[in-house]
Design a protein around this ligand. Sequence first.
Ligand code: IMP
Ligand code: MG
Length: 431
Amino acid sequence: MVLKANADRSPTCGLADVIVGIQWGDEGKGRVVDYHADSYDLIARFGGGDNAGHTIVCGKRKVALRIVPSGVLQNRPLLFIGGGTVVSLATLVSEFEMLANLGIDIERIRVSDRAHIVLPYHAAQERATEKRRGAHAIGTTGRGIGPAYVDKAGRVGITFGDLHRPTALAEKIAQRYRLHGDDAGAGVESPPVEAVIEETLTLGRRVLPHVVDGVRFIQEMLQRDCRVLIEGAQGTMLDVGYGTYPFVTSSHTIAGAACTGLGIGPRSIGSVVGVAKAYCTRVGAGPFPSELHGATAEWLRERGAEFGTVTGRPRRCGWFDAVAARYATQVNGLTSVILTKLDVLSGLERVGVVVSYARDGAPISMQSLADEPLQTEVEWHEGWGELPRDARRLRDLPGNAGRYVEALQRALQVPIQAVSFGAERSEMALS
Ligand code: IMP
Ligand code: MG
């Protein structure tokens, strides 16, 4: 039997394009989504919560988003927070207020009734667990994301759909306390159950007008042939199943999760675009084979403003990791890659790319990457000076910068469709 890829899809049914990070998060997905958002009718998030931090710059406007999809600065698209996400009501409401104060129409924002609510006890529980882990802490963003997903899998989670039934919702929270207590301890105070119920009901009333039947909503958008862009959070190497486990986030971040996180089938997916920085960063603990220390790391951190959007933590910095990127190409099934922040490397005498790892002389794969020292093989490329700000095509990039991009494309084995070299929307060169 021959599988006809997408051949018998109903011609009246729209396709959704997916954008995912292929490193450890902070690849610049927000900027890429913002750039393309005007061509789409809907931007949807499928996973994670306010552990994400997307910074978008447009002229004098600089907006840091945590939950609302990055298309919000463009007027055209509706914005959808899908069923696979876990969302703090307090953060969502404060983001609504921040956006409304900027004069942005927030009526366009919808939240799936299947999305789970991160409650104050989740953050307390996470702080307590991280404290108990001590030197082995994961270095989470502290937003309660992991405990919220634990509750979802443990079938004691609270959903946005529950906001429709306040009495039952209050009883569910009370029952969760009866089953698990507040799960804090280790000197961490968790808020009392009455306060949690009260806050949830109050904020819930504010959010309820945005809550929709998430499956019906997205299916109708697709059936009406609307253009949908699905925005990933975090990065491939932080995926709970395929990242550097256990130093990962608690959700699937790879492209396949776009389907489970939105309630759509794989045949609804069009292109899958991976976003990668021209170098690598990581926040928090865990394996980072291409990590640098010293002057070059400092250069990347300063020039790249590599400090966490959510936590303000300095990010660990290193060379582009071609092993991890090739792995990410496979597990996401990428159709192309967009490279960001090429300008950060400008001015370095030479630029490295990690092309293989080994431990005790034996090559190792992504799967056996543990938080232990390893040897890396670095391929060197000649550096380049400042990039022309008016470059619009990849061929406009000066010699060595162009050759560097070509080398990354060979390593990735998929086309690089665009390269960004500045925070402004216009600073993007297309293939
Ligand atoms: P959590 O998602 O808060 O549980 O954190 C787990 C790990 O994922 C930590 O190493 C975090 O620093 C990292 N992480 C979570 N979200 C992001 C993100 O949006 N960008 C970069 N790292 C993230
Ligand atoms: Mg970020």
